[in-house]
Design a protein around this ligand. Structure first.
Ligand SMILES: Cc1cc2nc3c(=O)[nH]c(=O)nc-3n(C[C@H](O)[C@H](O)[C@H](O)COP(=O)(O)OP(=O)(O)OC[C@H]3O[C@@H](n4cnc5c(N)ncnc54)[C@H](O)[C@@H]3O)c2cc1C
Length: 401
């Protein structure tokens, strides 16, 4: 069974395990990692089916994270063409996937939420139009490059007995070019907005693929099934020389602190144009802090300069799936909804009772954020000061007494 290359993102263990969950269905998973794997990471990747970790330790991985990872994937693909390459979606992932597809003259699918093995190669399910439609697609040129929305993938460890994953048929490595295929388009839910446009992937090679000098030969092949069940993957320390082009962009400064990661936050309080001013956005931050959550903004709020771009809920860059999402003065445009509709409980505050966000929310307050949020903050403060208020004394357990 051919290898399926999974790109591990720094600090993105769940995303990598989600990619491995899908990779197991279409081949033998291997991980491309920028940096040395520690024992804990290697064991975790092994539990999710990684048989090999291709590890590169080089300063470029940190200083030029996108370009260096493109080189690594291209290098590995030239060395031994995989059945597919899977990367986690997101700003960097999409850039890496696009650039690798061009370098390998291969087809690229984005917004992938599921992958199965088909008779002619991996079949990807793509979520389009804010999840209104599901599209099944197959790459028919080169090595399939798939950018996966990992937050929509249920992470499943590899089976401990040689059963389930072996059922999937092997995938051919590289298909001859034919025509781009977009197969069955299935409405996932009644469409919210205009009908989907068929997704067609056209990838034009900008430059011919460049051969990278290869160093150590691949580790000796072991039967795929046995290796797939191994707890600890083989670590292949790849030595490679990076071309000068990797250093085309230089890091000038790195901020002292990075905002908390929106994509994994359990509680998000987001402000939109309706908060009205930077001071109004201060209410968003205060409520987020009071709920031990993360503050975020709509595109409109970021455009006003009330919050940095990194804080935007973004249908491409930062799709969020918290347990609780509070939308303050956010109308709920289709594009915003695409970035947050996977939230568990959605609470909205908006002065317009017809704002589309109310159609999506579990709880809504029609009112002015400047009035509702201070009241909410005061109530949180009051409950913090008197935590047992509202609790039936009979419910207090022995431990609490
Ligand atoms: C190519 C493209 C991609 C885009 N991608 C994204 C994306 O990924 N994410 C995203 O967020 N946007 C995106 N946008 C922008 C998007 O289309 C909307 O313009 C944006 O989401 C609107 O932000 P908003 O809800 O904050 O503002 P508005 O739509 O202006 O809504 C403001 C809301 O605040 C309410 N309000 C006003 N005053 C108060 C008050 N005092 N108290 C309470 N409520 C009040 C209003 O009733 C209204 O409902 C994209 C746009 C384009 C063109």
């Amino acid at each position: 069974m051919a290898e399926v290359l999974v790109l591990a993102g720094p600090g993105k263990t769940r995303a990598t395990c989600a990619l491995l969950t899908l990779a197991r269905r279409i081949g033998t998973p291997a991980v491309a990692l920028g940096g040395p794997p520690d024992a804990k990471t290697a064991a975790a990747l092994g539990r999710f089916g990684a048989t090999t970790i291709y590890s590169v330790t080089a300063p470029e991985m940190d200083r030029h994270p996108v370009a260096a990872r493109v080189e690594l994937l291209v290098h590995l693909a030239h060395r031994d063409p995989p059945a597919a390459i899977l990367v986690a979606s997101g700003r960097d992932g999409l850039e890496i996937a696009g650039r690798v597809a061009v370098r390998l003259d291969s087809g690229f699918l984005s917004d992938v939420i599921d992958v199965t093995a088909g008779p002619d190669g991996p079949v990807a399910t793509q979520s389009v139009q804010g999840g209104a439609y599901l599209v099944e697609s197959r790459v028919v040129r080169g090595i399939p490059i798939l950018a996966v929305r990992t937050e929509q993938v249920t992470v499943v460890p590899a089976p401990s007995t040689p059963t389930a994953d072996r059922a999937a048929p092997a995938t051919p490595t590289v298909d001859p070019p034919t025509t781009p295929a977009v197969n069955r388009v299935t409405p996932a839910t009644p469409p919210v907005d205009p009908p989907a446009t068929p997704a067609v992937n056209r990838v034009t090679p900008a430059t011919p693929p460049v051969d990278m000098p290869t160093t150590p030969p691949a580790p000796p092949a072991t039967p795929a099934v046995n290796r797939a069940l191994a707890a600890t993957p083989v670590v292949d320390r790849v030595r490679m020389t990076f071309p000068e082009s990797v250093r085309a962009v230089r890091l000038i400064a790195r901020g002292p602190t990075r905002p908390r990661d929106l994509s994994t936050a359990a509680v998000i309080v987001a402000g939109g144009r309706g908060v009205g001013s930077p001071e109004g956005f201060g209410l968003v931050r205060r409520l987020a802090a009071a709920l031990d959550g993360v503050a975020a903004g709509s595109h409109a709020a970021a455009e006003q300069g009330w919050c940095p771009r990194e804080m935007r809920v973004d249908q491409v860059g930062t799709i969020v799936h918290p347990s609780l999402y509070l939308a303050l003065g956010i109308s709920g445009s289709l594009r915003h909804r695409t970035g947050m509709h996977g939230a568990g409980t959605i609470v909205a505050v908006d002065s317009d009772p017809d704002a589309p966000i109310f159609r999506l929310s579990d709880l809504g307050a029609v009112g002015d954020v400047h009035q509702v949020v201070p009241e909410l903050l005061a109530e949180i403060e009051r409950r913090r000061a008197h935590p047992v208020i509202g609790v039936d004394e009979n419910e207090v357990t022995d431990e609490e007494e």
